[in-house]
Design a protein. Structure first.
Lengths: 320, 128
């Protein structure tokens, strides 16, 4: 039996909604098959007010062993570092978070906000939001760079806006069943099992990427979304096209450019007008290249690919 | 937006197209459209090759100029896009490598242009 407590800070509840849609395993499976005891969760907990406060206080005092502390949303520090804009059970949430993280065996940040600060931390960041151990790309966050939970692991970050439900439940199961030692984390504390490959890996538009045929308007089923519509699939680490959403699709498969939501810079370019759904270029060349590709190589590759592109690459191959 | 660009084809222009090609650009076939484009340049059309849109905002401003044009306004499209019948710049940029160019169809797939093009041509909406 592993006790799990889930709290929300500066959050939209999107990750909770995602979590509740999990299928492999489902949220119910966590309880029935994997021995996770959900002490409280904002959308599942029956307790209210003082009853919740009692659970949280017992976790901090050690009366209830806290095996897994899950946090969703940013840690809000406004105004002026007090955290008073996000009060929970009579005190700033950030104070609860700090104390709970000190007693938990494992701390898991779910979603972009808890991981890097996400959308709330976008400049000018009026809520003074940070992630648990990062603010965008900078180490530190609410707990500090050197923080480790009692298990010895830093915060396990599962970014995404929202995180895929199965990323969440699979990591929780790994931790709850004593397999945390199998997890390897990358530089942003993301489990490598999910975040080593790219969103582009498994994308059905890869052939159009290869032959440099661009989607030029929403709704087109031919073409690659990277060249014109701002898709960040080639430089975003996520398994969105390997572990499909709702088990059968993904943003790019549905014609929606990847927004790069598992990367610390999301939302990119601070959402300045003209930067969303538009590939940013300098003198006609993309600002952000597919990871590992330089400008010179990209231009050479484009010339070769265009020259070699077969006629079918220009057709809509998904004719109804 | 350029003030000198009319948003409608004048009656004189329409008649000129009909006299020369039997159709206006909106109804022209791929090959006739190519001839119409070449004919514009043969008649001395000078397009707005510079400035090259260095940023996406500048690029978007050109698209905003093109978007209200109808399919008959071929000359205006060529003018605003800075169309040329040859490669451009020291890198010899050309349609062949452009993201919007469909090499087999010999067609510019940028919705705001939507015109046939030869691989050696170029315009300032070039992107790679």
């Amino acid at each position: 039996m592993a006790n799990l407590l889930w709290l929300q800070g500066g959050a939209c509840s999107g990750n909770t909604m995602s979590f509740l849609n999990a299928e492999e395993p489902s949220a119910c499976d966590l309880v029935t098959d994997f021995g996770i005891n959900v002490l409280w969760q904002p959308s599942l907990g029956l307790e209210l007010g003082d009853q919740v406060k009692e659970i949280v206080e017992k976790c901090i005092s050690g009366e209830i062993k806290l095996d897994i502390f899950v946090f969703e949303g940013t840690v809000i520090n406004a105004p002026n570092g007090t955290g008073e804009w996000n009060r929970f059970c009579g005190r700033p949430m950030k104070d609860w978070v700090k104390e709970l993280c000190e007693v938990a065996d494992f701390v898991v940040a779910i979603g972009d906000c808890a991981t890097y600060g996400g959308i709330p931390a976008t400049a000018p960041n009026p809520s003074e939001s940070v992630g648990l151990q990062f603010l965008k790309r900078d180490k530190g966050g609410a707990l500090g760079e050197g923080f480790t939970a009692k298990s010895g692991l830093p915060v396990i970050n599962i970014p995404g806006c929202p995180a895929h439900p199965d990323w969440v439940t699979q990591i929780l199961v790994a931790v709850a069943t004593g397999r945390a030692g199998d997890l390897t984390l990358d530089e942003f504390h993301r489990p490598k099992t999910f975040f080593s490959s790219f969103t582009q890996t498994g994308c059905t538009r890869n052939m159009h990427f290869a032959y440099k045929v661009s989607t030029t308007a929403f709704g087109q089923r031919k073409g690659c979304l990277f060249y014109d519509l701002g898709c960040r699939g080639p430089m975003t680490h996520s398994p969105c096209n390997r572990i499909l959403w709702n088990r059968h699709s993904s943003k790019t498969r549905a014609g929606m450019p990847c927004l790069g939501c598992t990367e610390p810079e999301f939302p990119f370019f601070d959402l300045a007008p003209g930067t969303v759904f538009k590939t940013q270029t300098v003198m006609g060349v993309p600002k952000d290249m597919p990871e590992g590709v330089d400008k010179k190589g990209y231009i050479k590759l484009t010339a070769a690919a265009k020259g070699a592109a077969p006629a079918w690459a220009e057709e809509d191959i998904f004719v109804v | 937006m350029s003030d000198h660009i009319n948003k409608e084809l004048s009656e004189a222009e329409r008649q000129a197209y009909l006299d020369k090609f039997g159709v206006t650009p909106a109804d022209a076939s791929h090959d006739i459209l190519l001839q119409m484009i070449e004919d514009q340049f043969a008649n001395g059309l000078k397009t707005q090759v510079e400035p090259f849109p260095e940023t996406d905002r500048e690029f978007g401003a050109l698209l905003d100029e093109l978007r209200p044009l109808n399919a008959d306004q071929l000359r205006e499209k060529l003018d605003i896009s800075g169309w040329l019948l040859e490669p451009y710049g020291e890198d010899q940029m050309r349609c062949q490598e452009c993201m919007y160019y469909l090499v087999h169809k010999r067609w510019c797939d940028l919705p705001e242009l939507d015109l046939p093009a030869e691989p050696q041509w170029w315009c300032r909406l070039w992107r790679i």
